[in-house]
Design a protein around this ligand. Structure first.
Ligand code: HMG
Ligand code: MG
Length: 286
């Protein structure tokens, strides 16, 4: 098993998408550029989604134009449909490494709320995005939300998560990030879910995306490490939430995840002092 843990920083997207106030592009870019100097290899910087639903991400094109790309860093954006893909293509800067993230839900209720369609329809929408990205040589990642609980339907069956994973992977192979969107999962339930998903994808292809509502995110990461996962999403300063998941607070904080995994002897290549500065900057944006 690898002793390297890859941290996917989602603060500038999952964190800031939930902030009610207007955050100037320059502030977002300052945060992203600082994070870019930390050794992180994956930074999620925005979304090409409906500005009506997520106004905070409406300036993602300007963020891409203004950020200072760091060699070796991949800048990720959420792309829900071909309209989002066109927005990304118009905004991307030549020579920069990007990843597009497509997203579906393991529960129908959250799918309707977050994507305005059924799970099956959401797979139909993401398929052309994935094909366009693969054809353009852009990396692709898939999110599955509500992997333990749905804000509308309660507990989600592990098999439903495995089925959702199977549907996405039938489109193309990619890393799947498993989202405990409302932070209700416990280590025991996370392990049961991972056992089901590992029937359709190797654990090395899975990432954990834990919101920290129940204060269980670090315990869930610990349990996921035991299961063999080596990729986790986190938000600097614990920023975050999801506007369509009532009660979802911040993502687990990057600095806390680094403390945990470094303490367990894993390498990340991330400089904790730079992350501490970025966490302070992020908290100042709230
Ligand atoms: P739709 O099916 O077209 O339906 O979009 P709609 O009624 O929701 O569309 C609203 C308006 O947005 C329409 O314009 C569309 O044309 C337009 P209007 O007719 O009202 O003038 N539109 C777009 N505009 C810009 N870019 C686009 C785009 N697509 C449609 N790409 C859609 C469905 C899902 C695209 C829309 O509902 C949407 O963008 N929703 C927001 C989804 C979102 O960003 N959610 C938060 C991120 S997911 C998350 O946080 C979970 C995660 O962190 C993992 C976890 O924690 O579980 C990833
Ligand atoms: Mg999230």
């Amino acid at each position: 098993m690898s002793d390297f843990v890859r941290i996917h920083e989602v603060g500038p997207r999952d964190g800031l998408q939930n902030e009610p106030g207007v955050i100037p592009v320059a502030d977002k870019v300052a945060l992203i550029d600082l994070l870019g100097t930390s050794g992180l290899r994956d930074i999620e910087v925005g979304s090409f989604v409906s500005p009506k639903w997520v106004p905070q991400m409406a300036d993602t094109d300007r963020v891409l134009a203004d950020l200072t790309p760091v060699e070796g860093v991949s800048y990720a954006v959420l792309v829900p449909n071909m309209r989002g893909w066109d927005g990304f293509v118009a905004a991307r800067v030549p020579g920069v490494i990007y990843e597009v993230a497509v997203f579906i839900s393991a529960s129908e209720g959250f799918s309707q709320s977050n994507l305005n369609c059924s799970i099956a329809e959401s797979v139909e929408r993401l398929a052309p995005v994935v094909r366009a990205a693969v054809a353009a040589g852009v990396g692709v990642r898939g999110y599955i939300s509500c992997v333990t609980d749905c804000p509308f339907e309660g507990p989600v069956a592990p098999d439903a998560v495995a089925r959702a994973a199977e549907m996405v992977l039938a489109v193309a192979p990619m890393q799947l990030s498993l989202g405990d969107t409302i932070g209700k999962g416990t280590p025991e339930r996370v392990v049961t879910m991972l056992e089901a998903v590992s029937q359709v994808a190797p654990v090395t292809q899975l990432a954990g995306h834990f919101h920290d509502t129940g204060g269980q995110a670090l315990a869930n990461i610990d349990a996921s490490l035991e299961m063999g996962l080596r990729a986790f999403d986190s938000a600097v300063g614990g920023l975050g939430g999801c506007p369509y998941a009532p009660g979802a607070p911040g993502n687990v904080a990057t600095e806390a995840v680094l403390d945990l995994v470094h303490g367990l002897g894993f390498q990340t290549g991330v400089d904790v002092d730079v992350i501490a500065k970025a966490a302070k900057m992020a908290r100042g944006m709230r």
